[in-house]
Design a protein around this ligand. Sequence first.
Ligand code: 3HC
Ligand code: NAI
Length: 692
Amino acid sequence: MTAEYKVNGAVAVITLNNPPVNGLGHTTRSAIVDGMKQALNDDAVKAIVITGAGKAFSGGADIKEFNSPKALAEPTLHTVINVVESSTKPVVAAIHSVCMGGGLELALGCNYRVVSPAAQIALPEVKLGILPGAGGTQRLPRVLGLEMALNMIVSGNPVPSDKLAKTGLFNELVQGDLMEGAMAFADKVADVRPLPKVRDIKVDYPNYEGFLQFSRNTVRAMAGPFPAPLKCVEAVAASVTKKFDDGMKYERELFTELVQTTESKALRHSFFGERAASKVADVPEDTATRPIKSAAVVGAGTMGGGIAMNFANAGIPVKILEMKPEALEKGLATIRKNYENTLKKGKLTQEKFDQRVGLITGTLSYEDIGQADIVVEAVFEEIGVKEQVFKKLDEVMKPGAILASNTSTLDVNKIASFTKRPQDVIGLHFFSPANVMKLLEIVRGEKTGKDVLATSLQLSKKIKKTGVVSGVCDGFIGNRMIEQYSRQAGFLLEEGASPEQVDKAIEKFGFAMGPFRMGDLAGNDIGWAIRKRRYVEKPEVTYSKTADLLCEMGRYGQKTGAGWYDYKPGDRKPYPAQVVNDMIVKHSADLGIERRKISDQEIVERLVYALVNEAAYILEEGIAQRASDVDMVYLTGYGFPLFRGGPMFYADTVGLQNVVMAMEKYAKGRHGQAWKPAPLLAKLAAEGKTFN
Ligand code: 3HC
Ligand code: NAI
């Protein structure tokens, strides 16, 4: 049963029961209508209460049903709400915990709404690239007023019920037992007639035209490539400009349009992708986890400081260990400065500032960190240094402590082998700045314990990261793919493009930053060091030498005031550098390449398909568990445009056959061997299938 029906005295109670969040899927909708029929046919019933079991009133329409025939099967959510709204007996929604989307729309179809404190109330549809499609845009303005409703609908953000208690949305804030309060309320209103209906309220807003125009301008400026926010404004506008039924019709039209858009599909993919990433096939969801009440970080450099802040932000005390007092002091001072900046910007209260700074302490002694539940190593990227540190950690850490490494390129299995407890060792690959970036690659070693993996996934949620599990390989998921992208960027320079053209083309596609601006930000010397290693280890892999020549000119990027671009002191804006462009042209000539005009389409295809092809190998090898995990890595760690859903989702929307066809074309050019389709990609394309 996805909704239960019970009669209690003169009140019938319909309890949605569709775990985990009482999504309004087809069977739940049918059960609500059945419950309503029973209640209306039972003379003993004078009033009806609708509530939700478990941890939500309702999380809204079942997103999994979208774009499937089930979403349109009767009774639709519209029908359910019509049945409720046209009831001849009063219907009271008893709301608690979470009341979102279609859940709130259902509640708005009831005659009355009572609510517990601290329930999250939202119409979050815009975050899925759609708009409230079951009357939310027409009914919410009728109870909250145009301005407040528009803010909620366009932002999609939840508002605590306490803050809405005095609005027309709620009839009563129930401080004690919700069901007791709801039953008493239902008894009280059982005989009140006529039954109040939200649809009968008029939205009163003098000079609404001015307000709506202002809203359109503001929303257009912030919506970026997403069509939904502006459509939300148009739908809400209809609540004041049109009659209720016409407004509903208009809302429906806009909803139907939006639900088909790639942007909406991409957002829904990302919603489920984020949740799927926390699941590992051979690690059951009920795997016992280890408690993490205290943490330690080894190394107070760029990464160590940011990693420590993550723990403190989550209320976990953390000790940072360094080799020398100066390095420790410098690291702690940087952390403090970071928090001070946030405080100055008003994004942190003084109380939270004191609390967080107070949770971070420094030490020079391993003995001081031995009792931590987890230690994250963030020392120099040299295997000898890692060996030294892990041997020491093995000696001092209490049994059961998790020993994590933030290495970005080294072999986690090898690091684990430096200890006598490889089952406790895992890679936790944070991205810089570690206190800001959402992505956390969780690198599962051959011997990593399942409980250690489950604990790390749980921890990633606690510190508000998107944890994605990766197997052990050079570069893990993200950096292994980006290497192929960077190689193509280099080849494009040799063949005729300029850094500016490449960056502009991929930024127009939606990337936050093109490869050359990114190189200048991160430091071109990092890639140089990696390539030097590769020239020895994998001489068969070819690279453009332009980036090496750039580094030989001392142009490491912003930190040296010059890289692919010129920079002015104190200004991060890139200016095209003649000397670099001359170097690139000369390099082409030295290679005997006749430079040609390269289209933006070619740039985008070569950069993005290089990612896709490498990811197909990664999937085949089982380094990533699923295509959506790759997408989450790119959406949360590499600035891939959200509205395109990640590289794999994007390739699916292009059509894998088209991707392969483009690759065949590029295979005829220079460095054509890079364009051999990975077997998985070739197979899926041949079968007309998709990655996701
Ligand atoms: N439909 C289907 N499944 C949903 C769902 C929904 N509306 N909301 C959540 N779920 C699923 C999640 O996928 C997840 O499934 P899993 O366990 O298999 O991974 C499970 O419920 C738990 O979700 P969370 O991990 O997010 O649980 P939390 O407790 O952290 O958060 C929540 C609960 C606040 C409800 C959050 O899940 C959320 O924000 N959900 C989306 C709400 C939403 O966007 N509703 C609008 C839907 S569209 C709509 O109603 C259209 C209508 O206007 C016509
Ligand atoms: P960093 O050079 O800024 O900091 C390293 C710190 O470790 C220094 O403060 C140093 O004094 C300390 N240290 C070195 N040996 C030590 C030891 N034996 N005991 C205690 N402290 C010691 O380096 P960064 O950039 O923070 O990198 C650290 C690790 O994180 C590396 O493994 C790196 O590959 C990885 N990483 C770096 C990223 C970045 O963008 N910088 C991104 C993701 C991972």
